[in-house]
Design a protein. Structure first.
Length: 349
């Protein structure tokens, strides 16, 4: 049996979309025909109900990073997928969903003819004598899952969320997903893992730490050790043995002093990573120009504070269960510190 044996559109849904009652169709479909699966408030397959991609049977496992909570922003215009096709229901779950759906619909307010047409078309697709998915494929329980469209509600592009046509098909656990635009494969799993990557706050350390900076005295800047740890996220397609794992590794820290009255070290303001980390911790007796830092040349007496921005860039690589690997766009995570700068007070005798 191949993955495409039962590939097909839901005939019953197509029938309803062709009815002249869009107000009632909208109660059932989302804009372009996607089935609205209700949020029951229950947990399912290790995912919290209502969370991002909670319909998709994808397990995300995080290692490293010290339990970071900061979401990366892409260093390029690239964004993770706005919609895609993934496994969402077992046969028993799909039957239960549709039973609950029909139990909650009545006529009125639904036109009786529309409701009856939908039920007839649904029976032709999922009934005991159906050609596509007879009796919801319950004879294949434990051997595969129904795949449907999943909408990424967190994606900023609303039109992109609706770019995937409503579609339902069956894939055996023993088979690879059928190739096609938007169908989850290892590359798309890597993109979803990128989206789930959470890194520690960019907590830079300054010297002096608990006192105002001084005019024309260099401020040493370096990263906290926990911030510099790589973070890995594995996205695994439940039941199919297909996974992709991304690893985010901090590569450089970009400093923006928040004023033109300052000099960055190095001059580019970009502190590159070394085996020892990013920046060098100040130690008593250290002098000269820090490898990573800022020298302010004007006090903040009349301006309040300077907004020092520190943006840490994370390099994203991925590997998968098929032995493939690749890269994804870098991710950035920034923080802003309010810096007070004072003139150095001297006493002339």
């Amino acid at each position: 049996m191949t993955s495409l044996r039962k590939l097909g559109l839901i005939a019953g849904l197509t029938v309803l979309l062709l009815t002249p009652s869009p107000a009632y169709a909208d109660d059932f479909f989302e804009e372009d025909g996607n089935v609205t699966v209700p949020d029951t408030g229950e947990t399912d397959a290790g995912h919290e109900a209502g969370e991002l991609n909670s319909q998709a049977r994808i397990t995300f496992t995080v290692t490293g990073g010290g339990g970071g909570s900061g979401a990366l922003t892409s260093a390029t215009p690239w964004t993770p997928p706005a919609c895609y096709y993934a496994p969402t229901h077992t046969p028993v779950e799909f039957e239960r969903y549709w039973a609950e759906f029909y139990a909650g619909k009545a006529s009125p307010p639904w036109p009786e003819d529309d409701l009856n047409d939908m039920k007839d078309a649904h029976e032709a697709t999922y009934g005991p004598d159906a050609d596509e998915f007879p009796d919801y494929n319950k004879d294949l329980q434990g051997e595969g899952m129904f795949w449907t469209r999943v909408i990424n509600r967190e994606h900023p592009d609303r039109a992109g969320q609706m770019a995937c046509a409503a579609r339902t098909f069956w894939v055996d656990f023993a088979d690879p997903p059928p190739p096609g635009p938007g169908v989850v494969d290892s590359t798309l799993l890597a993109e979803l893992a990128w989206e789930r990557t959470r890194v520690p706050d960019t907590e830079v350390t300054l010297n002096p730490a608990d006192a105002p900076q001084k005019v024309n005295f260099p401020t040493w800047v370096w990263l906290d050790d926990a911030t510099f740890e790589p973070v890995s996220v594995r996205a695994e397609l439940d039941g199919y043995g297909l996974w992709a794992e991304t690893t985010a590794t901090p590569t450089h820290l970009a400093l923006s002093p928040g004023t033109q009255d300052a000099v960055t070290h190095p001059a580019s303001g970009v502190c590159e990573a070394t085996d020892a980390g990013i920046g060098t911790p100040w130690t008593p007796g250290a002098s000269g120009t820090p490898p990573c830092g800022i020298t302010y040349t004007r006090a903040t007496t009349n301006s309040g504070t300077y907004p020092l921005s520190a943006s840490l860039t994370w390099d994203i690589t991925w590997t998968d269960s098929l032995g493939d690997s690749g890269t994804l766009p870098d991710g950035d995570f920034s923080t802003t510190l309010d810096i007070t700068v004072e003139e150095v007070q001297t006493i002339v005798r």
